[in-house]
Design a protein around this ligand. Structure first.
Ligand code: SF4
Length: 449
């Protein structure tokens, strides 16, 4: 599959066509490409090659070659692939949180890319050479993560699952030797690191049912998100987001980064009775310029109204429909199953919005933990300052509402996959992994934010 992440286009190509594409690195003309495929033992005639390249060009997938801006220097490439190292500040993890993995492998069978460094791929191929026959030929098990740059690799997916996930939903690499041989992303997940200038906050990505279930656990057991106490102890390749110097809270409200640590801490201690209503109320006070009212908004919000969410829901729906329509995915592909169920959730919202807005019901504690973790981890601040905290709070209110609707549709459709027990986590995962949140790039809400 060729994924054009700029235009959200996916093109399916045959394996022999991939051999041709893999030679298109900007150094070969048509004659050179013909020699490239011939050397690889693949028979593609001139006419077929020209026709295929014309089709690719029509999809906007062919460039003449790298421009000045596209040239990555050795130093920049090294930094991009290895991480720049975290600043040596205290590391503050979400208090009381410990992760208990349920062993259902949901995170191993959902994400469209599982990233390996070349060294991690070599270790996996050495330990389990028969997986996709990648021990013999790396290209059978790994593709460049983007373009033809093979300094970061994406593992092959089989029916949407990481090729190293075994039939009993255990990681084959982990089982074959040591957990330390899994790729960094799998070892660090679900921890998210955000540098706020005074400390590095660590909170979980809220995209896995295990995270939400662990957040509800009263005994506080489980694995810590990190054992590091200072930034210098973190592996250099770990990506640490950095808050901008000025943080946009609302339409006209911007504060220096030095003020947000205390704000996040204070707000994350609130009891949130209703995820949708509380996030919408928080957004309203921030857009009104009143930080002082934020705590009360979270704890005692007015009832939520669909009018504040309808346009966002309408912007997200076509993205879900596009994912559900990707028929090249196998019926076992969990992303396809989820997209279909999510379309049902949108339909449900059309017919019974009041019931779904009435309150969280059995998800009260889940939604309360969800908002607490978002706030503690600075997850409602955009790292590049593109969106206000108010806008991101409304986006999360949409996700919470969709999660409630998904719970009902999954139940009605008798979807038995255990992942559906935590529908909010699935909406979260789909938002990031399958680009639902991309609607924000062009979305202007009722407040012009
Ligand atoms: S490498 Fe292992 S832990 Fe990582 S996604 Fe694959 S199966 Fe899961």
């Amino acid at each position: 599959m060729l994924h054009d992440t700029k235009n959200d286009v996916t093109v399916r190509i045959a394996e022999r066509a991939w051999v041709l594409v893999s030679g298109m690195d900007g150094t070969r003309d048509l004659e050179g490409l013909a020699a490239w495929v011939k050397r690889a033992g693949v028979a593609i005639g001139d006419e077929e090659m020209t026709s295929f390249l014309t089709e690719l060009a029509a999809e906007g997938l062919v460039e003449d070659g790298p421009g000045e801006d596209d040239v990555v220097t050795g130093e920049a490439a090294a930094q991009a692939s290895s991480g720049g190292g975290a600043p040596d500040r205290p590391v503050l993890a979400l208090p009381g949180f410990g992760l208990r993995c349920d062993g259902q492998g949901t995170c191993c069978r959902f994400y469209p890319s599982v990233v390996f460094s070349p060294l991690e791929a070599a270790r996996a191929r050495g330990r389990l050479p028969l997986v996709e026959d990648a021990g013999l030929d790396q290209r059978r098990g790994f593709m460049p993560l983007a373009g033809l740059d093979d300094r970061l690799l994406a593992v092959a997916l089989v029916n949407g699952r990481c090729a190293y996930l075994e039939a009993d939903l255990r990681c084959g690499i982990h089982r074959s030797g040591a957990a330390a041989d899994k790729p960094l992303g799998c070892r660090v997940y679900p921890a998210r690191f955000v540098d706020d200038g005074s400390a590095i906050r660590v909170s979980p990505w809220l995209e896995c049912g295990c995270v939400l279930a662990s957040g509800l656990s009263a005994d506080g057991g489980g694995e810590p998100l990190t054992t590091a106490t200072r930034g210098a102890e973190l592996e250099r390749a770990i990506f640490v987001e950095r808050l901008p110097e000025l943080v946009r809270l609302g339409r006209t409200l911007t504060v220096p980064r030095s003020e947000v640590a205390a704000l996040s801490l204070e707000l994350s201690s609130c009891h949130v009775p209703d995820g949708v209503a509380s996030l919408l109320a928080l957004a309203a006070v921030l857009d009104g310029g009143e930080v002082a009212g934020a705590k009360r908004a979270l704890e005692a919000p007015p009832p939520a109204e669909l009018t504040h969410l309808a346009e966002r829901l309408a912007a997200i729906r076509p993205r879900v429909a596009r994912l559900a329509a990707e028929e090249w995915r196998s019926p076992e592909d969990f992303a396809r199953q989820l997209a279909t169920a999510l379309l049902g959730a949108f339909d449900l919202l059309d017919v019974m919005p009041e019931e779904l807005l009435r309150g969280p019901g059995v998800f009260e504690m889940t939604e309360s933990f969800y908002v607490r973790a978002l706030l503690f981890g600075h997850q409602l601040f955009h790292p590049k300052g593109k969106h206000t905290m108010a806008s991101l709070a409304r986006d999360r209110a949409v996700r919470v509402l969709l999660g409630r609707a998904l719970a009902v549709t999954a139940n009605l459709a008798e979807l038995t996959d255990p992942a559906f027990r935590h529908p909010l986590a699935l909406v979260e995962a789909c938002s990031r992994a399958y680009g639902l949140v991309g609607y924000l790039h062009t979305f202007i809400d009722e407040n012009g934010a």
